[in-house]
Design a protein around this ligand. Structure first.
Ligand SMILES: [Zn+2]
Length: 244
C-alpha cells in the first residue's frame, strides 16, 4: 500500500523473480509452510512476517466474532461483528505502515468511511443519518483542529490521513463513540510518546504517528465507550449533587 501498488493487478507474485504465485501456494499460512518459506521458482526466502500477519488476522477475526455477543451470526450482531473485525484488522496495516512511513493508506481510511456508510443501511447499525453526521462531525472537527494547529505552529500539524481515519470511525460507530475514541487515542499518544521521547532523547518536535493510537482506541471505544460515558456522566452528576 505505501508503495502504491495495486492489491489486485498484477496478482500475487514473487518480488524477486516476478513469478506468479500458484493458488495452492497462496493459501494463508499453509502456502508458506508447503514452500518452507522460499519462492517456488527462485528459492528467494519469503519473510516470516507473511505467515505471522496471516495468523494475526485470523486471530483478530475470531476475536471480533466472539466479542460481538450474543450471537455474531444474527443480522444485528453481524453488523457489530463486521465493524469490530474492521477495527481490529485495520490495526495490522496501520501499525505496519504509519510508524514506518508516517502515512495511512486510503484503503484503510476511505475504506472505513465507505464500509461504515454501507453498513448503516442494515438492521443493528447506527442508521445512515447518524453515519453521515459521524463522518461530517468527526472529519470536520479534526480537520479544523489540524488547520488551526498548523496556523499557530506554522507547520503541518495533523496528517489528512488521521482526519479520514476518524471520519471512518464516525461512519461506523457514530460521532459520540468516535469522539470518545479520539480522546482515548490522544491520551494514549501523550502518555506513551512523551516519556518515550524523554527516555530516548528524541526531539519533541518530530512528527508523531497518531494513526496507531487512534486505531487502538477505536475497538476500545466501540466496545466500552457507552459504559465509559455512562460512568463519567454519573460521576459528574454525583459530584454536582455533593457540590450543591
Ligand atoms: Zn521468486
Amino acid at each position: 500500500m505505501p508503495r502504491e501498488l495495486s492489491l489486485i493487478k498484477p496478482g500475487s507474485h514473487c518480488p524477486g523473480c516476478k513469478h506468479k504465485i500458484a493458488i495452492w501456494h497462496n493459501i494463508p499460512v499453509f502456502g508458506w509452510l508447503i514452500l518452507r518459506g522460499r519462492c517456488a521458482n527462485c528459492k528467494e526466502p519469503i519473510p516470516v512476517s507473511y505467515p505471522i500477519v496471516e495468523i494475526l488476522t485470523a486471530t483478530l477475526g475470531f476475536l471480533a466474532a466472539f466479542l460481538a455477543e450474543p450471537n455474531p451470526w444474527q443480522s444485528a450482531d453481524l453488523v457489530k461483528s463486521i465493524s469490530l473485525f474492521w477495527f481490529l484488522t485495520t490495526l495490522v496495516p496501520i501499525f505496519a505502515i504509519d510508524f514506518k512511513h508516517l502515512l495511512l493508506p486510503d484503503t484503510v481510511t476511505i475504506g472505513g468511511i465507505l464500509l461504515g456508510f454501507a453498513l448503516s443501511f442494515f438492521p443493528g447499525s447506527i442508521g445512515w443519518l447518524s453515519s453521515l453526521i459521524g463522518i461530517a462531525a468527526c472529519g470536520g472537527s479534526l480537520f479544523l483542529f489540524g488547520f488551526v494547529c498548523s496556523k499557530i505552529l506554522k507547520k503541518e500539524g495533523m496528517g489528512f490521513g488521521d482526519v479520514k481515519l476518524l471520519a471512518g470511525f464516525g461512519a461506523i460507530m457514530g460521532a459520540e463513540l468516535a469522539g470518545i475514541a479520539l480522546i482515548i487515542g490522544a491520551s494514549l499518544a501523550l502518555i506513551i510518546t512523551i516519556p518515550h521521547r524523554l527516555l530516548t532523547k528524541k526531539n519533541m518536535q518530530l512528527p508523531l504517528p497518531f494513526g496507531p493510537f487512534l486505531g487502538v482506541a477505536a475497538p476500545i471505544s466501540y466496545l466500552f465507550g457507552d459504559a465509559m460515558l455512562q460512568s463519567f456522566l454519573s460521576l459528574l452528576f454525583q459530584f454536582n449533587l455533593s457540590g450543591l
